[in-house]
Design a protein around this ligand. Sequence first.
Ligand code: DGJ
Length: 755
Amino acid sequence: MPIIFNEKTKEFHLYNKNISYIFTILKNNQLGHLYYGEKIKHRESFEHLLRTTPRALTVCQFEGDMDFSLDYIKQEYSTYGTSDYNEGTFQIKQENGSIVTIFEYTNHKIYAGKPKVMDGKMPATYVEKDEEAVTIEILLTDQLINTELILTYTIYEQRNVITRNAKFINNGNEKLTLVRALSACVEFDNKEFEMIQLSGAWARERHIEKRLLTSGIQSISSTRGASSASHNPFIALKKNDTTEHVGEVYGFNLVYSGNFLAQVEVNHYDITSVTMGINPLNFEWILQSGEEFQTPEVVMVYSHQGLNHMSQTFHDLYRERLIRGRWKEEICPVLINNWEATYFDFNEEKIVSLAKDAKEVGVELFVLDDGWFKGRNNDKTSLGDWFVDTEKLPNGIDGLAKKINEIGMKFGLWIEPEMINKISELYKKHPDWVINTPNRRDSHGRNQYVLDFSRKEVVDYIYNMLAQILEKAPIAYIKWDMNRSISEPYSRGLTPNKQGEIMHRYILGVYDLYERLTTNFPDVLFESCASGGGRFDPGMLYYAPQAWTSDDTDAVERLKIQYGTSLVYPIKTMGSHVSASPNHQIGRATSLSTRANTAYFGTFGYELDINKCTSVEKEQIKKQIKFFKKYSKLIQGGDFYRLESPFEKDGNLVSWMVISKDKKEAILGIYQVLVKPNPKFEKFKLKGLNPDFEYQIDNMTRTFFGDELMNVGLIFSDTMGENDTIILDVEQGKFPMGKFGAGDYSSQIFVLKAK
Ligand code: DGJ
């Protein structure tokens, strides 16, 4: 079992063949951290790793003893109040007003397997067989308030992954209030790291940002009710010289879709404390006698082979042990979505006509987006009234779905179940179901308001409405949207002293609805969406195996968005569509091939008015779909490598590739943003190939060994390709300069096959 407890030294060593994580029971009976990183040999004692050399003016815990201060002793689950001056991982307010707690080691249990979080009411990674992982639960007790704290760690045997969460159980008689309950804390000896985060906004989600750690607090968070487009619940600490393929990096990802905090605090000894969990801002959770609270899970990945290896570890874990159900194994169908084709302006005839053309080119699933329910002709009305608009769709959703099925395609539907417009039947009936604060103005977002999913009766009502639709019509896919942040947080379903629970209870309500729908309609494929990529997180992926990556469908912007997203999330989960040109979000014109060459590295689909496509374009689309279907298994199941970053150098050349696990087949994508006059000579070093395999690249006459492609690279030429050099695709007739320069926004896909 890869968890050793040394009775004598009171040390715990969690390890597998690549990583070690070591901590100890300190002399105050709290848990002290000793090491996290590359696997080291086990030894009888790691005591020497504990630093207790006195420092001037620290506050020490034991009288007459100048050594023992939590100011510099690294901890497993730190708290402010007893010689540690960081913000800490948790805080409990007691009836007498004190926030001081002392949780001491009581016992522990080690077992094979991995438990659910909140008995399955919260999303989490899992195991299929108990042998895949080992778990340790450490029970700590605060005797004074008779309260237990259980820290749970699971280490996977074959993955560089440790997951953690914490649980508080109030066995005492007094009322306790959790005012901070983060999921985990990992402390490092120094601040010699760069912090990486995925930040952005609507239409430019998950751009990679980096900063050198410095003294004090650096953090990212969400207060919006969703994990948000502003910051993803992910950070990584990498050594300054770590690159995509070399060096150490620690990744932290919270399996949670609501308000979060990811914080790195560097104290005056440079001890660097990473904490992550539910955002303490506007959070207070009351624990009455006998009640318990469990935090969401943090997934921690360690890599000493650079960022790309960290990403692949997350990708494999999420594809294999986070996503559930039928769509975990199956390749998702190529879809067409009518949003950018029609917006709200459609009727059955138009939808059927789009579907017919889509079927002809090989699309497999038709998705009807926003606008299908009662009076929904713009974004001011009708959310909450999930009845079909018979003026647009006289045969109902079931009638339309059947017509689409007859054409030979599956049918999918858009919903936004968490929202309500004031112009709606539901609002007339239940104005109190809206999240807003009594006697205050309600702020709106996109003219809409948020339903109070912290209340079970609201979730029940929405479930029943949606279940009726799903029972009646042959619906194969649901796009679950969420288009505004929560404001004026207040629930009429909670007593005044429990208002601090609303944001977490809200997201538990969302999970409850997802769980009921996915359990009762197991064949339906769910895609999550929050104005594009505003809730792209592992919590959502547990229920919905794909997420709409961004409303920004411009191929060039998508290079950054998909590249950044791939830091954590598998390309199989990234909703990516070919849309019209000029692009509707930013007006950029790109070729149909560049749009597809970007969208291939995702779930792949279309979002344009296919009735308006020329026959030449339709032929091209047909070929694109054929290509994607031929390689979809490889694209969605292979290992993804980032080669050239849109965030580094001038970001003008971008490239990535995906390679099958057996290394026999790979697809390489190369993208040039702007053409350069009289350019330098470029080459691309590929990754992940078998050095001894001989690869055929498309129809090139020459073949290449893997070692050459990885060490010398593929020679890139901007001319019309002589001598088996690679060129970027040039649209017929759109190439003004004859032989040189492939033009702006050009790209090329290469298929490599081992002989
Ligand atoms: C925002 C989504 O991201 C879009 O794809 C579309 O579904 C609209 N909402 C519909 O209102």
